[in-house]
Design a binder for this molecule. Structure first.
Ligand SMILES: [Zn+2]
Length: 152
């Protein structure tokens, strides 16, 4: 460290000045570090905004394709998958839809059966458990997990 010019200060005052200069130097370094961190966070936030925007556009495009496929599907004979719906076709879901159709035609209710992936909805009809038009009242002495055909 360069010797301080003669300022007429006492030795204790000079120690205080050196101490304060050291503190100021440390704070300046911390400020530089903080500014770099802020720039990093800002860049990260910009990337996340960009990815979110892309995801939103992807979701909108998916919704548009689904709507087209849906309307094509309801104008086809039963069981015919339109080309626009081919990417969404799932044999298991088609079987579930067929089961819902069968139940609706029979007007029958069944025991609520929680879906494996969406346990708040019924595996057979897709409605929530409290939907009384589809589901039999919960049995007081144990529930029938099989459900299926209505006894009504
Ligand atoms: Zn159901």
């Amino acid at each position: 460290m360069t010797p301080a010019p003669d300022t007429g200060r006492t030795a204790e005052e000079m120690r205080e000045v050196r101490y304060l200069r050291a503190v100021i130097g440390t704070l300046r370094q911390e400020l530089v570090t903080e500014r770099k961190l802020v720039k990093g966070f800002e860049a990260e936030a910009a990337q996340l905004r960009s990815r979110l925007l892309q995801a939103e556009k992807g979701g909108e495009a998916m919704r548009a394709r689904l709507l087209i496929a849906f309307h094509d599907a309801i104008r086809r004979p039963l069981g015919v998958t339109p080309d626009s719906g081919a990417e969404f076709y799932d044999p298991r879901m088609a079987d579930e839809a067929e089961e819902r159709r069968r139940l609706a035609r029979a007007g029958g209710r069944h025991a609520y059966q929680p879906h494996k992936l969406y346990p708040h909805f019924c595996a057979q009809c897709g409605y929530p458990e409290h939907e009384a038009l589809m589901h039999l009242p919960a049995a007081s002495g144990g529930s029938d997990q099989k459900g299926g055909d209505s006894a009504a």
